[in-house]
Write a new protein. Structure first.
Length: 202
């Protein structure tokens, strides 16, 4: 893949930068059917040993909007880190950002964030955490840039963005409904699984 970066000084990686930075998900809301799905996902392959299901549908217009918004946020210096939510879904993207930045994250998923679901679709936590799809980017923004960043998001993406939580120090915590803990993993645990996975498999 080839691209052009106009100013090499205005780039960012996937790792968190500072505790207290706000974390956002750009693009499709959680459990958007059929734009995010477990069909053909790493979750099915790794945990259930199945290659099955239909891949997610691609919303090309939203993909363009999300990519353009993220790039402009980086150019303006608002966005400090950015990581796609493709392979492995939201939980894996959060874990990889923690490992790369050696910082944790406190994530709160509530009914307002999960959005309106189709009547025939019952929200499953594995879908919430591991469903895959395009047009979703995880970004972090410093606290003093939140107001201008959210104003820009509202202008460019409308309702297609969510504030998830903030960067913390030593662990990844994902909560739902203010009381149910879905994930609580230390940096040491995540780093060990990530760095030593190939060795264990061999």
């Amino acid at each position: 893949m080839v691209g052009l970066v106009e100013d090499i000084g205005k780039i960012c990686g996937q790792g968190w930068r500072s505790p207290g930075d706000a974390i956002y998900l750009l693009g499709h809301p959680f459990a958007t059917v059929p734009n995010t799905t477990l069909g053909g996902s790493e979750y099915l392959a790794v945990l259930h040993h199945q290659i099955a299901g239909q891949p997610p549908m691609v919303d090309f217009e939203l993909e363009r909007q999300v990519q353009a918004t993220c790039r402009q946020g980086i150019r303006q210096g608002w966005v400090k880190s950015a990581h796609d939510c493709a392979e492995g879904g939201l939980a894996i993207a959060l874990a990889e950002s923690c490992i790369s930045g050696q910082l944790g994250a406190e994530i709160q998923l509530n009914s307002q964030l999960t959005g309106e679901l189709d009547r025939e679709f019952s929200l499953r936590w594995d879908h919430l955490l591991f469903a895959e799809g395009g047009a979703r980017i995880l970004v972090s923004v410093s606290a003093d840039q939140v107001a201008i960043w959210e104003s820009y998001l509202q202008e460019k993406l409308g309702q297609n963005w969510q504030k998830l939580g903030q960067v913390s120090t030593s662990s990844l915590q994902i909560w739902i409904a203010d009381q149910i803990s879905l994930i609580h993993a230390s940096l040491e645990e995540m780093g060990d699984r990530w760095l030593n996975a190939i060795g264990r498999r061999l």
